[in-house]
Ligand binder design. Structure first.
Ligand code: UDP
Ligand code: MG
Length: 240
């Protein structure tokens, strides 16, 4: 009997990434060529871009060794809602979520897939070191540590959305009705067998960050209001 290779969906949300998209396609075609035995599906989620991202995709899409699909959002909803839209569009046996700017290096995919073959349904990447501005490192580092102190779920330290989830986990996550969603929170909350793999987070390959301070604060708030009863308890005590 011969079985068909598993399909892996890559979910990549982007906002105005014309500077980096050509490099992303190049890297993906190089790295995926080294990972035989899978079919690949690329889900690009345009979170309201106004630059030349579409032209860049049109020019380079044929270099991707699999199916390419573009999900167009009607405006800029933010990275987390864009990830959710991408997950809803996936048809693969597993999904890998990554950023467009190559800070989530495709060279980690083999480690994800090895754990997936071992039976893990969530494999998240854990940053060993971050080549980013001091304020961002301090901001992220303190966020995860404070969040862990107050959250009602055990969210792993220094792990973002970069990682693999099985179809079963994806099916659970996409049924969640949250509007201000924190994907890494839901991913922990749903359970299943989970594990982390270490990696070094490089700098953004090209272009500027699209995560403004306001967007980062919104992300932190989604974490606190979604996964901790602290805000509710505080409000209750203040009310009393
Ligand atoms: N992004 C998005 N919508 C936004 C902000 C960011 O889709 O409103 C995308 C962005 O294009 C990138 C990923 O989310 O693919 C991570 O953003 P970025 O690299 O700018 O954040 P940083 O790494 O600086 O925290
Ligand atoms: Mg980045």
């Amino acid at each position: 009997m011969h079985s068909t290779p598993p399909i892996i969906s890559l979910v990549i949300p982007f906002l105005n990434e014309e500077a980096v998209l050509p490099k992303l396609f190049l890297r993906l075609s190089e790295e995926l060529a080294r990972i035989p035995g899978y079919h690949w599906e690329l889900i690009l989620v345009d979170d309201g871009s106004t630059d030349g991202s579409h032209q860049a995709i049109r020019r380079h899409r044929s270099s991707f060794p699999g199916t390419v699909r573009l999900v167009q959002l009607a405006r800029n909803f933010g990275h987390q809602p864009a990830v959710m839209a991408g997950l809803r569009a996936c048809r693969g046996d597993a999904s890998i979520i990554l950023d467009a700017d190559l800070q989530d290096p495709p060279s980690v995919f083999p480690a994800f897939l090895e754990k997936f073959r071992e039976g893990f349904e969530v494999v998240y990447a854990v940053r060993q070191n971050r080549k980013e501005s001091l304020w961002k490192r301090v901001a992220y580092g303190s966020f995860y540590r404070i969040f862990r102190r107050f959250a009602d779920v055990e969210v792993p330290l220094d792990a973002g959305d970069f990682g693999l989830i099985s179809r079963a986990v994806r099916d659970q996550i996409i049924t969640m009705p949250e509007r201000d969603v924190l994907v890494r929170g839901l991913r922990t909350w749903v359970g299943f067998r989970q594990t982390g793999v270490p990696y070094d987070r490089p700098e953004r390959d090209a272009g500027e960050t699209k995560y403004t301070l306001a967007k980062l604060i919104r992300l932190a708030a989604a974490g606190f209001f979604g996964y901790s009863t602290l805000p509710l308890r505080l409000a209750t005590w203040l009310g009393l």
